[in-house]
Ligand binder design. Sequence first.
Ligand code: ATP
Ligand code: AZ7
Ligand code: AZ7
Length: 328
Amino acid sequence: GVVASPSTLAPRVPPTTNPSLTNPPTHKRTPKDFIFGKVIGEGSFSTVYIAKDIHTSKEYAIKVCDKSHIIKQKKTEYVKREKEVLNMLADAKHSFVRLFCTFQDAERLYFVMSYAKNGELLPHINKVGSFDIECTKFYSAEILRGLEYLHGLGIIHRDLKPENILLDDKMHVLITDFGCAKILKDDPETPADADAQQQQRFRERSGSFVGTAQYVSPELLINNSVSRASDLWALGCLVYQMVAGLPPFRSRSEYVMFQKILKLEYDIPDGFCELARSFVNQLLVLEPTQRLGALDEHGAGYPSIRAHPFFEGVDFETLHEQTPPPIY
Ligand SMILES: Nc1ncnc2c1ncn2[C@@H]1O[C@H](COP(=O)(O)OP(=O)(O)OP(=O)(O)O)[C@@H](O)[C@H]1O
Ligand SMILES: O=C(O)C[C@H](Cc1nc2cc(Cl)cc(Cl)c2[nH]1)c1ccc(Cl)cc1
Ligand SMILES: O=C(O)C[C@H](Cc1nc2cc(Cl)cc(Cl)c2[nH]1)c1ccc(Cl)cc1
């Protein structure tokens, strides 16, 4: 959960020798409570460092956002949404990057998050070319678990892709990057309209075509609408990419890529495994309501997706306790 609200600043106690005795004060943290280490990543207005809490010696990833940059790029809504959604996920026991606390100084905002020691999923796919059936089943199941939790809260991620699937020290999935997420307010039935911030992110990002556009759903292209089923489309793209080593819809030209998405033009290499092909085929469906899982009622997970033969033998309830299959 997020560190409690700032009480009167407790006197800074020097770290005692026995960390078990330091019950870290719950005062609002400041950058001085951390030893900042190396940069582990850069965003368009953020830098992510590895950092150590001087009271507990625990390691975190701290995302530092430059305030003037956020304002200049009109990203305050995006940052506010990211914080809001991460706080809603505070009680999740698995599948997501945790937000431990936030604080600011004159120039910057600080997000103290769990550190995904094994980085993004994408390089792990690229390193081996493509996943075998065991890895694909395990990682698809972990991502599905995350989507079940997210959609149960009425949150649509809207930007699921291998760069936003991080891996912890034990190689379990930590879904991240919720700035683009949609929180369904009252009527979770009707698909929500893609709001300005998603369009801005999508148009501006896809303008430079940095990969966000590859997983865009047909409904977003056709009538600017998104629903939980948009994340199921992205899941289909993710499973295809784990199996194929490449995303299903590819082209140097973004326009041609969009055409392929709208015409559902993707190929399954020969020698394909029937179960994976069938699973992907039932998610990459143009009509959102026809996608596998789209008719499962909200908040009760995705029984029809779990039941697909592709997940034969997967125990969804104990995934986060299992040792992930080796990637080779
Ligand atoms: N909790 C984390 N643990 C480890 N690495 C992280 C963590 N959060 C982010 N990163 C890495 O840091 C880099 C920057 O992430 P950040 O969220 O700041 O920007 P981004 O989402 O990649 O880009 P943009 O801000 O344009 O959306 C990414 O490559 C990401 O993989
Ligand atoms: O202390 C809090 O939690 C609330 C502040 C609120 C807040 N101050 C901001 C300044 C800027 Cl420039 C942009 C956003 Cl989105 C801002 N949000 C805050 C601080 C840090 C972080 Cl990471 C997020 C929000
Ligand atoms: O059995 C193997 O190792 C090779 C097969 C080949 C294969 N099956 C595929 C299914 C799809 Cl949907 C796409 C591609 Cl590129 C596919 N390639 C395969 C099947 C399923 C998985 Cl998960 C991985 C690899």
